[in-house]
Design a protein around this ligand. Structure first.
Ligand code: AR6
Length: 174
């Protein structure tokens, strides 16, 4: 079964086989973790994203899907870009958020990645409530049936870390 660990920090510093980017469907970068990944990873990532747009995703990468590129200058080998749903008060989009985690792990399996680092997808600019985002993340990874050995949730602040720790229990924390 996949081992889940929690760390507090900046995902661009992670030495994992793959790190996951909370992207948008344009794949052309943005703010938040997406901005940080492109900034620190350098132009090769954007170039790879542009190539993917041209070959496969002219209309954008659909919400809930995932796709991999080089990690450029980052310490990881690959960046897996996934598009989280914008949180909605009126509509339950949980299945799409779960799909981001599941699809990212499916791509990681295709790549042969053993360690994968995730941010708390959709919980920043896209407005998803942190506790619920943490619950969906942990439940989905536990149920994913992946060959990935370790999933590391890299949480940017104490509030996010505590929300995930609530879901995993003490086994995942340092
Ligand atoms: N490392 C780890 N976590 C981070 C980092 C970092 N360097 N920076 C932010 N976070 P967000 P979203 C946390 O907004 O909500 C972009 O413009 C942050 O505190 O990055 O999925 C995209 O292009 C939050 O808990 O992603 C999209 O347009 C979590 O990462 C849109 O934002 C996700 O916050 C996606 O919004």
């Amino acid at each position: 079964m996949v081992r889940i660990t929690l760390v507090r920090g900046d995902i661009t510093a992670e030495h994992a086989d793959a790190i996951v980017n909370a992207a948008n469907s344009s794949l052309l970068g943005g703010g938040g973790v997406d901005g940080a990944i492109h900034r620190r990873g350098g132009p090769d990532i954007l170039e790879a994203c542009r190539a993917l747009r041209a070959s496969h995703y002219g209309k954008g990468l659909p919400t809930g899907r995932a796709v991999a590129t080089t990690a450029g200058r980052l310490p990881a080998r690959w960046v897996i870009h996934t598009v989280g749903p914008v949180w909605s008060r009126d509509e339950d989009r949980s299945a799409l958020l779960a799909s981001c985690y599941r699809e990212s792990l499916r791509v990681a399996d295709e790549l042969g990645a053993r360690t994968v680092a995730f941010p708390a997808i959709s919980t920043g600019i896209y407005g998803w409530p942190m506790d619920d985002g943490a619950r969906i993340a942990v439940e989905t990874v536990r149920g994913a049936g992946t060959r990935v050995e370790e999933v590391r949730f890299v949480l940017y602040d104490e509030r996010a870390y505590q929300a995930f720790a609530e879901q995993t229990g003490p086994a995942a924390t340092g």
